[in-house]
Design a protein. Structure first.
Length: 62
């Protein structure tokens, strides 16, 4: 589930890598993880829940 090519880091990530990574192809789920703890826990969202969240993020670029 944590194959590296599935995970994407924001192009707006800072130099300290304090960000999250997102994978949108985890067997019908969208995964979110801490970029500094790639082997750690993954939050999983339905695609609908993820779209609803992202649609409310100020300044987002889809």
């Amino acid at each position: 589930m944590t194959t590296e090519q599935r995970w994407k880091k924001s192009s707006r990530s800072n130099a300290q890598a304090e960000c999250v990574e997102v994978a949108d192809d985890l067997g019908g789920a969208v995964g979110v993880r801490d970029s500094k703890d790639r082997g750690g826990p993954v939050l999983a969202f339905t695609p609908e829940a993820w779209r609803a969240f992202v649609s409310r993020v100020p300044g987002r670029q889809l």
